[in-house]
Ligand binder design. Structure first.
Ligand code: COA
Length: 332
């Protein structure tokens, strides 16, 4: 029999960052053979935030992380785990630069590359560092600028992707305490890597309809498995927190899990698909606007290129109110 865990990783802070510049469907329709109606009906997206030249992934990640640290009332963590598919350089990883800018000198810092599932993989990794006793506290950041991987003239990818960052602070706690991360379900299938790929130096290429089917199946199966592993009946879930890929995908996942409309958290209309940032960005915004309350039971699930997928559970903790959390980044 596995030994019961002696400690857990507990969420104690949340923050987010968005570039100030927005691109509407009308803006895209002026440049591409598309329309507001097509994009809205097929994806649920109206606007997305996009970084301008001069704003890096590290800029977004650092601002989200600084806000998360402030909300946790902390200046220090032992580890920085950054989920990103758009690091600022091929090497080194972007996390050490973020740690350094936060004044976290000598903290363990590394990137996790699992594209839109990256945040769930990073959360599992940071939880492992804490429960193994390697770190007492950690920042888990999701930051991406996938808009910059889309070809200017590609109407299949440009409407979908936006940029942003979100972050959680984790500390060591007791199993079952509010804020504790639940069991993780993680998986991959490299045979279908070609469905969403950006070769070195090239643009994103996507086979949308086939990806759509995989996303619905993998997210709903992983979410069901995570709820089962946590011992949570699906009817007890207060909010499904799915990666924001497409409103039709998240609705199909919610339908399969019988999650009622009021329990489906979403921000895709104004954010688009922000890849690894989407889940922590959504948590930050929903915490700031009161949709998330202490004690709410969350079922988190993600799917991304790779293919990769993951899910976990989380009881939302009581966090001090922090008005800055959902405001846009001041960078361009
Ligand atoms: N504007 C207008 N028409 C468009 C268009 C656009 N931006 N993009 C594609 N079309 C056209 C297609 O060419 C096709 O035309 P046809 O019927 O004449 O051949 C038609 O619209 C339908 O295209 P299709 O790709 O079948 O649409 P869809 O309903 O599957 O929606 C996606 C396309 C991309 C929105 C959808 O497949 C999707 O969201 N897939 C998952 C993508 C994703 O989440 N990726 C990230 C995973 S984390």
């Amino acid at each position: 029999m596995p030994e019961p865990a002696r400690c857990s990783a507990v969420v104690c802070g949340v923050g987010a960052s968005l570039p100030a510049h927005t691109v509407s469907n009308e803006d895209l329709a002026a440049q591409l053979d598309t329309s507001d109606t097509w994009i809205h009906q097929r994806t649920g997206i109206s606007h997305r935030h996009v970084t301008q030249p001069g704003t890096s992934t590290a800029d977004l990640a650092t601002q989200a992380a600084a806000r998360a640290l402030k909300s946790a009332g902390r200046r220090h963590v032992d580890a920085v785990v950054l989920a990103t598919a758009t690091p600022d350089d091929q090497l080194p990883a972007t996390a050490p630069a973020v740690a350094s800018r936060l004044g976290l000198h000598e903290a363990c810092a590394f990137d996790v590359a699992a594209v839109c599932t990256g945040f769930v993989y990073a959360l599992a990794t940071a939880t492992g560092l804490i429960t193994a006793g390697t770190a007492h506290s950690a920042l888990v950041i999701g930051a991406d600028r996938l808009s910059h991987l889309c070809a200017c003239d590609d109407r299949t990818t440009r409407p979908l992707f936006g940029d942003g960052a979100g972050a959680l602070v984790l500390r060591r706690g007791t199993p079952g305490e509010p804020g504790s991360t639940g069991p993780f379900i993680l998986g991959s299938d490299g045979e279908h890597a070609g469905l969403l790929r950006a070769p070195h130096g090239g643009h994103l290429r996507m086979q949308g309809p086939e990806l759509f089917r995989h996303a619905v199946t993998r997210m709903s199966t992983a979410a069901q498995a995570a709820a089962r592993a946590a011992g949570w009946p699906l009817q007890d879930i207060d909010h499904l927190v799915p990666h924001q890929a497409n409103a039709r995908i998240t609705n199909a996942v919610s339908d399969r899990l019988h999650i009622p409309p009021h329990a489906r958290l979403s921000n895709i209309a104004d954010r688009g698909n922000t890849s690894a940032a989407s889940i922590p960005l959504l948590l930050s915004e929903a915490s700031a606007d009161g949709r998330l309350q202490a004690g709410h039971r969350l079922l988190i699930c993600a799917f991304g290129a790779g293919l990769t997928w993951g899910a976990t559970t989380l009881t939302w903790p009581a966090l001090p109110a922090h008005p800055e959390r959902s405001q846009p980044c001041t960078t361009t």
